[in-house]
Design a protein around this ligand. Structure first.
Ligand code: PLP
Length: 454
């Protein structure tokens, strides 16, 4: 009988010592962020008042291919890394596909997702620069929980603005953040100018990521020794996430295979970049046997910025406080439908991924909500892990490709990233199982409107 499950793990010594900076190798570099007032390109130092300085330098670094992982960060990575690469024999059998399916299991991190890979270095750099407080926003709570834990590892105080509606409806992630000692405030709040203005105008405001970002950035700007941290979209975040792909590359070598396809779900692009960029460097260089790999980002049909958005400069937040970033976007005023993959509702894509998309180095698919939960349930039964609703998009895209292999008889090697588990998202599974979920396709009319075309 064939083996039912095989896990590949690295020794501590083989955990990466450097992150991979794809900007150094890109044929066309990402365009710079612009100051929204002057429309002039911004430099790293323009971002120093908000983010850890080291992160600002990494953000703009287009020359150094490899960036040293600080020893203290690598020590913390060892708490849960390497993460397993798993050959999904169970899923292959359930699909009857000749494809070889592998997944990188980032759900084994203490917070249950890949987000800790960037929360740890961001907290570390703050600590090193003498910062005592970090702040951020969170929607569903995955990023807030990761930053709260990372802050506690380095003795920093964390203040998290959680979108009011999730604060009330998703109490468990709030309690996770509070367990790690973070101060969690429902946003909009009376603690900032931005929050007060919004509440004065509309006392019943339920909040949005845009508002929460504005509050956190205001706190960072007005509090001494306080910096802001972001969990996706920005270049330095995907840089930190490349530990995923660098490990996976070594683990695929142990398995004696090289991926024909690399697939990840797509919110702002950090877990996609994390698994894809290390493999993509071989494609950019045109290396023999490694140039054919397809890189596929899987996004929700209800938030399809890569498949149906426009490439242009846009704000990172709803309110228009951030620098202008070059991105595939649905428009910064885009209001996502009430879908159940909290991490995939962002209106835009990171600027590296947007450039790679423009240059044809990667592709994207958009997937209806019901198909993602169907895929998640199939995966759960076959592999014994309940995937996060976000990760279900990667699984659904993988299943589409594996079924195609079944039709053509091709033995392709597919690698996907399992970005997180869904054990705190069972309310969404409950709704799916009860038949209460529906598909939300973005209409052309709504798209034109959010892009400001009518
Ligand atoms: C936040 C999150 C995502 C989406 O963010 P990216 O930056 O696109 O990776 C995906 N999966 C999980 C489990 C998340 O928590």
């Amino acid at each position: 009988m064939a083996e039912k499950r095989k896990r590949y793990l690295l020794s501590e010594d083989d955990i990466p010592r450097k992150w991979y900076n794809i900007q150094a190798d890109m044929p066309n570099k990402p365009l710079p962020p612009l100051n929204p007032g002057t429309r002039r390109p911004m430099e790293a130092k323009d971002l120093y008042p908000v983010f850890a300085c080291e992160c600002c330098d990494q953000e703009m670094n287009q020359t150094d291919r490899w960036i040293e992982i600080p020893g203290e960060v690598r020590e913390k990575y060892k708490y849960y890394r390497s993460t397993p690469l798993v050959r999904a024999y169970g899923l292959e059998e359930a699909l009857g596909t000749p494809a070889h399916i592998y997944f990188k299991n980032e759900s084994v991190s203490p917070m249950g997702s890949h987000k800790l890979n960037s929360a740890i270095p961001q907290a570390y750099y703050c600590k090193k620069e003498g910062v005592t407080n970090v702040t951020t926003e969170t929607g569903a709570g995955q990023w807030g929980a990761s930053l709260a834990y990372a802050a506690s590892l380095f003795g920093l105080d964390a203040a998290v603005y959680q979108v009011k509606i999730s604060y009330e409806q998703k109490p468990y992630r709030r309690s996770i953040m509070q367990t790690f000692g973070a101060q969690v405030t429902p946003s909009p709040s009376m603690s900032t100018r931005a929050g007060k203005d919004i509440l004065t105008a509309n006392p019943n405001c339920q909040g949005s990521l845009g508002t929460a970002i504005s509050e956190a950035v205001e706190l960072a700007r007005t509090t001494p020794n306080c910096k802001y941290a972001l969990g996706s979209v920005l270049n330095h975040v995907s840089l930190h996430q490349t530990v995923i792909g660098l490990e996976a590359e070594k683990q695929m070598e142990m398995a004696g295979e090289y991926p024909d396809m690399v697939i990840a779900c797509f919110g702002g692009g950090s877990n996609f970049g994390g698994i894809a960029f290390p493999f993509m460097r071989h494609k950019i260089k045109g290396e023999e046997g490694k140039s054919h790999t397809r890189f596929i980002a899987a996004e929700p049909a209800s938030c399809p910025k890569l498949t149906r958005g426009e490439f242009r400069y846009d704000f990172g937040d709803e309110a228009g406080y951030t620098p202008l970033l070059p991105m595939f976007t649905l428009g910064h005023k885009f209001a996502p439908a009430n879908i159940h993959a909290g991490g995939l509702r962002y209106h835009g894509a990171g600027s590296i991924v947007s450039q790679l998309m423009k240059d044809g180095l990667m592709e994207a698919v958009d997937i209806p909500q019901l198909e993602t939960f169907e895929a998640g349930c199939l995966f759960a039964r076959a592999e014994g892990i309940i995937p996060a609703p976000e990760s279900c998009h990667a699984i659904a895209a993988t299943i589409r490709e594996a079924r195609r292999c079944k039709e053509t008889g091709e033995e392709k090697v597919i690698l996907f990233n399992l970005s997180g588990h869904g054990l705190i998202d069972m309310a969404s599974y409950d709704k799916y199982l009860a038949g209460d979920l529906v598909n939300y396709e973005l209409s052309d009319e709504a798209l034109r409107k959010s892009l400001g075309k009518e």
